[in-house]
Design a protein around this ligand. Sequence first.
Ligand code: NAD
Ligand code: IPM
Ligand code: MN
Length: 368
Amino acid sequence: MVAVLPGDGIGPEVTAQAVKVLEAAAAREGLTVRCRHLPVGGAAIEETGEPLPDEVLRACRQVDAVLLGAVGGPRWDGLPAERRPESGLLALRQGLGLWANLRPVKLYPALAGASPLRGDLVARGVDIMVVRELSGGLYYGKPSGRWADGSGYLAVDTMWYQSRQIERVARLAFDLAAGRTGRLTSVDKANVLSTSRLWRETVENLRAEYPGVAVEHMYVDAAAMEMVLRPWRLDVLVTENTFGDILSDLGGALVGSLGLLPSASLGDEGPGLFEPVHGSAPALAGQDRANPLGAILSAALLLRYCGAGERAVRAALRIEAAVGGVLEAGYRTPDLEETGSRPAGTAGYRVVGTAAMGDLVAEAIREG
Ligand code: NAD
Ligand code: IPM
Ligand code: MN
């Protein structure tokens, strides 16, 4: 059973395509997927007054995996912090005990022209696995809030990390690097932050246990530069919550659109959470213009990581291959057209809407 939480803005549109594709891929492998739709974020606030109703979290704990669209929007921006849609997402991540957020940033060769990088740079490829720590840092540290201080206001957010939080996510990143090209970049701000000095030391202490992995440490400001200048040097990148949030959007830009990036959030046990990296893009909502590929590729990660065995992993591969094929065939959502260097109307280059892109991928799976 999959809990489907469409959320707000473009969330419902892209999630509908992801479900369509998930079902098509599962069917090709003889699997059936049952989905249960539940409200989260602004949609849940409208229904119940809460961004993550207790019964929604309870239901999510009992399924095999959670597929989420996006939350948030201007309608709810004025609410107090704990009642905002975004708090519902943070409570869901925390309530499911998720601590690692995998955000693969991969350039599809067909989209080389959609990347803002120069052709000679993209020709060397972009394939970075961003591993974002998801349980700590500024997102959950207390105190957090705003107080009158006589001169005006004082606002505080708190960043703290325990070495055990750093160690578990670093181990996962080492393991991932060992299965890829063996290079791990740990990103911090150890020249300034205490949490980063603990981060660096904890990662460094694991080095000897992973002789097959070459670890380097990089400050986050330099890492942002490196991602743009020499992205091919990076393989697995592990970093704390806020840095990972920021660098992964930069990764989206590198490969042609934030709308392409999927993510998988995993914990020790229980269901994982699968969601595109992008947000609710309120300006695009309801126009059939959003790119559904980040959500669709999140459904592939769901199949790969939900523990449903080999057939589910094969279904994931089918989705990824179908996405590559549809892009090779020249289909683009408007976001890819805007950054792309090829003019619309070129033979084989067709701009399609959200639902049509979902249909094309599902069709490619049925025929593949
Ligand atoms: P955003 O990711 O929604 O949009 C950033 C930019 O990328 C916009 O120009 C948008 O049009 C574009 N974009 C994003 N997804 C796209 C897609 N699938 N196809 C085409 N273009 C796409 O971020 P934002 O504008 O900073 O935030 C909007 C709202 O989303 C806020 O309420 C924010 O809190 C929320 N948000 C939610 C999540 C989440 O649910 N995981 C993530 C990020 C932001
Ligand atoms: C993301 C989003 C969320 C985050 C927000 C909406 C809470 O930006 O998933 O990247 O910062 O984690
Ligand atoms: Mn983000």
